[in-house]
Design a binder for this molecule. Structure first.
Ligand SMILES: C[S@@+](CC[C@H](N)C(=O)[O-])C[C@H]1O[C@@H](n2cnc3c(N)ncnc32)[C@H](O)[C@@H]1O
Length: 228
């Protein structure tokens, strides 16, 4: 039997605490207005979803959405797509959107991978994967977001000169990402000195997960790749 392109199941919890009343209201009333089209319906028409945007960026697994909301606020002419299966994370992003009155975010509440497959070629200028689930056990590595499938899709989706950003606080995941990037050949790692991967750039706000990792004594590594 042919190997699947990626494991089409989601792992881990998709909800922890019950939603607060405000979050539940936003899930009911605001999410339907901001939802991406269903990837099962075919190629997504980004011009319809982002009529004003000069370019489109996407974040895979936005967690609590603080990075996505920050980028949206800093770059009002960019359209941002966020994909996240975790209900509490989507609800937190909706609170950021309401509080900051952001109108340039569209949300896919679910697995990022079918959504990526439904986006048109060269439609993205930036793609972010920040602290993806590490899946440390060797037998679980096939569940990792970064994979040959991921780099092939990222190469298809990013326009030439577009940027892929990956962060992790797990050294093995960084090695894994660099190894896959090298085999992918369509990307160049832009670092020229250790400061480039050790220091978080100014236009890259800290995520909740990163803050937790730092509190627990781990350090984060920041990778930027340019689409050739
Ligand atoms: C370790 S957390 C990091 C969250 C956030 N990026 C941060 O740095 O705070 C990994 C996130 O990836 C999400 N995730 C896992 N599998 C995913 C998938 N297939 N598509 C989209 N997001 C996914 C999880 O729900 C989780 O929120």
């Amino acid at each position: 039997m042919a190997q699947p392109k990626y494991i089409p199941r989601l792992y881990g919890r998709q909800q922890d605490k019950p939603l607060k009343p405000r979050q539940a209201r936003l899930m009911r009333d605001l999410l339907p207005q901001l939802a991406m089209s269903d990837p099962a319906q075919g190629t997504i028409d980004l011009a319809r979803l982002f009529p004003q945007a000069e370019e489109i960026w996407m974040e895979v697994g936005f967690g609590g959405g603080e990075h996505l909301a920050w980028q949206a606020a800093q770059h009002p002419h960019v359209g941002l797509i966020g994909a996240e299966p975790f209900i509490n994370g989507v609800a937190k992003l909706l609170v950021h959107i309401e509080e900051q009155q952001l109108d340039n975010i569209r949300i896919h509440h679910g697995d990022a991978r079918p959504l990526m497959e439904a986006l048109p070629d060269a439609s993205l200028a930036r793609l972010f994967v920040l602290h993806p689930d590490p899946w440390p056990k060797t037998r679980h590595h096939k569940r990792r977001m970064i994979s040959p499938w991921f780099f092939a899709e990222a190469a298809r989706l990013l326009r030439p000169g577009g940027e892929l950003r990956v962060a992790s606080d797990i050294d093995d995941y960084i090695r894994w990402t660099l190894m896959h990037a090298r085999s992918a050949k369509d990307f160049e790692w832009t670092a020229t000195a250790p400061v480039d991967w050790r220091n978080r750039p100014d236009d890259w706000p800290q995520t909740r997960y990163e803050a937790k990792a730092l509190r627990e004594g781990r350090t984060a590594t920041y990778l930027k790749f340019r689409r050739l």
